[in-house]
Design a protein around this ligand. Structure first.
Ligand code: F6P
Length: 302
């Protein structure tokens, strides 16, 4: 079944369905260009987060931008590579936030990378929380090109087969499984609680599954039925590195919709108030009881 037909069968509003299909088409093109991109060198610019951009970061951002500007339902567009939120159409109904190429520094070594996006109904998101997301999705560019989508009705997976997004998995579910993905391990040098938590996973013989990219790491949890991905803050950077609007909120909606959970160490990430577009948050995301263990263990919390 194709993406639009599937979304319609889930009673997705037609405009939201068309917007998601447009984002999915951007992902299809990003996948194609990634496969043919030979230049993974830095282009000499940094994004708002201070990360050096490669040519594909710039290209992926342009592809998403072109698609969103052509979609009449988009009111506003924000992205990791954009200086500010762009008003696309005063009459649009949705605000779209996107990390066009998550983990792009891994592209040159041929690791999996991804695109993450969250869609809110309305023109303004400041003062709201991730709970008001209408939909979220991420694409994974690996041996297969896949797309995981939620319209708050479970998490469903599509695969690019003969250039068409085709349903391959309905209702992915997450419980608990002994996999751990400890992001920001450097924090152990300053946070004895995080070092202890990581040691606990080692001593309990959890299997390490960490790629260095949030998208493939979360995708692993969703496919293996559980596990935990962590990216805590440090005393100098208490909110860590990962962005609330482009990464953590959409991923948290997807994880909750799959039966898992996500916390900043104190409260669910979806309940964190959005104060600004570049906001960062620590994150512990995966199976419900795994997330609870992290919250209990990390006495410093967020
Ligand atoms: O935010 C981009 C990202 O590449 C994530 O996908 C990943 O989890 C994280 O950064 C890795 O961060 P670090 O470079 O600190 O290991």
């Amino acid at each position: 079944m194709d993406l639009f037909t599937f979304l319609a069968s889930k009673k997705t509003p037609v405009d939201l369905g068309e917007l998601i299909v447009s984002l999915a088409d951007a992902c299809r093109l990003i996948a194609k260009e990634l496969r043919e991109a030979t230049d993974s060198k830095h282009v000499g610019t940094v994004n708002l987060s201070g990360e050096e951009q490669i040519a594909m970061d710039v290209r992926a951002d342009a592809i998403v931008g072109e698609h969103m500007r052509a979609c009449q339902y988009v009111a506003a567009l924000g992205g990791e590579e954009m200086a500010e939120v762009e008003v696309v159409n005063q009459d649009g109904r949705y605000s779209v936030f996107c990390d066009p190429l998550d983990g792009s520094s891994l592209a040159d070594v041929n690791f999996s990378v991804g695109t993450i996006s969250g869609i809110f109904e309305g023109k303004e998101v400041i003062g709201r929380t991730g709970r008001s997301l209408a939909a979220a999705l991420f694409a994974v560019y690996g041996p297969k090109t896949t797309l995981l989508v939620t319209v708050k009705n479970g998490v469903h997976e599509f695969m690019l087969i003969k250039d068409e997004w085709t349903l391959i998995n309905e209702n992915l579910r997450v419980k608990d499984a002994k996999y751990f993905a400890p992001g920001n391990l450097r924090a152990c040098a300053e946070r004895p609680d995080y070092l202890e938590l990581v040691n606990k996973y080692i001593m309990e013989k959890y299997t390490l599954r960490y790629s260095g990219g949030m998208t493939p790491d979360i995708n692993h949890i969703l496919h293996k039925g559980g596990g935990i991905f962590m990216y805590p803050g440090t005393p100098n950077m208490p909110d860590g590195k990962l962005r609330l609007l482009f990464e953590c909120a959409p991923m948290s909606l997807i994880m909750e919709e799959a039966g898992g959970a996500s916390s900043n160490g104190k409260i669910p990430v979806l309940d964190v108030k959005i104060n600004n577009y570049e906001q960062r948050t620590p994150i512990f995301i995966g199976g419900k009881s795994e997330v609870q263990k992290c919250v209990d263990w990390c006495m410093l919390g967020a």
